[in-house]
Write a protein that binds this ligand. Structure first.
Ligand code: SF4
Length: 382
């Protein structure tokens, strides 16, 4: 290998099928699986269209949707096609998202044997009541079993996703969830605040007043508690919602190599319906329709729905926004070299003075208190 790891691109594959739709979710997926075979054929055609791409990849992320609706044989086929069509580094991180309601000992082992080396389990909560509220297809007992099954299958890099700040969820409920999660010693934890995306069934219910919108103060308290608690358990926050167990040899070993590319402007290619890509300073995205995706590829066309060049102004805003999402923040010198001006010193000082931001050497990063008001701080600085 003659390239630095940070220069390798990431490959994302979107599997657009779910067993049923969760009312809070706005990711693209369908519940009719009759097009699964045609989708896989289209996916392989899409890979063919990108043959000869100059990028090499050191991370593959199979997300969705629910990738575990695919059998281990199908995942193995997908990965074989990836290796046949792209330059994949020897040590590539290969992540797959799984839903606890869809895996067992055999499938888990099958995914491992197919080449997946990092499993991310969508647990979301260890409370059956909250799982019911979230419309999940699995119980807390199934999540526990899925984590144990994944370990038994030999996954040494295991992540758990949790969602918090649900209506009527108390701080105590959330503490119980976090404690239940760390008992399994996962290597990675993503803790997402429940968001109300426009048009989802959950958002509509909230707008009708069926459930109360969570109090901002409670979400702040829960967020700050999460960081403090996970730190005491050996997990370091490296991005606003992401925590990794401190690795023995390399402390950052369990951070998601793939997701870090999104925050660091490293190129990525997205395959599958609705998948987004960032290559050669442009962003483009595929049609969020399985039929359109299949049709375009049958006709030998890229299934691309839109494209935009990232202009100077956008890049500047994103450098601040994405940089401040990370615990390590971003380099002020790099910002100045790239954009030809410095960030307003008096505003930085004011934020520092109020405990929202910290500067060390040439880096600036948000404190946990600052992360609670990330959007307002970006607006102030951009
Ligand atoms: S399983 Fe995941 S992708 Fe599918 S609807 Fe639920 S949250 Fe969305």
């Amino acid at each position: 290998m003659n390239k630095r790891i940070s220069e390798h691109a990431g490959l994302y594959i979107h599997i657009p099928f779910c067993i049923c739709k969760c009312p809070y979710c706005d990711f693209f997926s369908i519940t009719n699986h009759s097009l699964k075979q045609a989708f896989l054929e289209a996916l392989f055609r899409e890979m063919d269209l990108y043959k000869g791409l100059s990028e090499s990849f050191n991370s593959i992320y199979i997300g969705g949707g629910t990738p575990s609706v695919l059998t281990p044989e199908e995942i193995s086929c997908v990965l074989k096609q990836v290796y046949a069509g792209f330059v994949i580094e020897d040590n590539a991180e290969i992540t797959m998202e799984v839903n606890p309601g869809t895996i067992d000992d055999k499938t888990c082992l099958g995914y491992k044997n197919a080449g997946v080396n990092r499993l991310n389990i969508g647990v979301q909560s260890f409370s059956d009541n909250h799982l019911k509220f979230l419309g999940r297809i699995h119980s807390a007992a199934q999540s526990r079993a899925a984590i144990e099954t994944a370990r038994k299958a030999g996954f040494h890099n295991l992540g758990i996703d949790l969602i918090y700040c649900l209506p009527n969820q108390s701080l105590n409920d959330w503490k119980k969830d976090l404690k239940a999660a760390v008992r399994f010693k996962p290597d990675h934890l993503s803790c997402y605040l429940l968001t109300f995306e426009p048009g989802t069934p959950l958002t509509k219910d909230m707008e009708k007043g069926i459930y109360p919108f969570p109090d901002e103060n409670i979400s702040r308290i829960m967020f700050l508690f999460t960081i403090r608690f996970l730190e005491t358990q050996g997990y370091l926050q490296y991005e606003i919602s992401n925590f990794a167990r401190v690795g023995e040899k390399n402390p950052r070993h369990f951070e998601s190599r793939h997701n870090r590319k999104y925050w660091n402007f490293v190129p990525y290619l997205g395959l599958g319906p609705s998948a987004h890509s960032y290559l050669k300073l442009s962003r483009f995205w595929n049609h969020a329709s399985v039929t359109r995706y299949i049709q375009d590829l049958k006709n030998g066309k890229f299934p691309v729905a839109g494209k935009e060049m990232i202009n100077h102004e956008q890049r500047k805003i994103e450098t601040i926004l994405l940089g401040l999402r990370k615990k390590e923040g971003f380099s002020l010198k790099h910002y100045r070299d790239q954009f030809g001006h410095t960030l307003p010193a008096e505003k930085l000082l004011q934020l520092q003075h109020n405990g929202y931001l910290q500067k060390s050497n040439d880096r600036c990063a948000l404190t946990p208190k600052g992360m609670c008001i990330l959007d307002s701080i970006c607006e102030l600085l951009a």
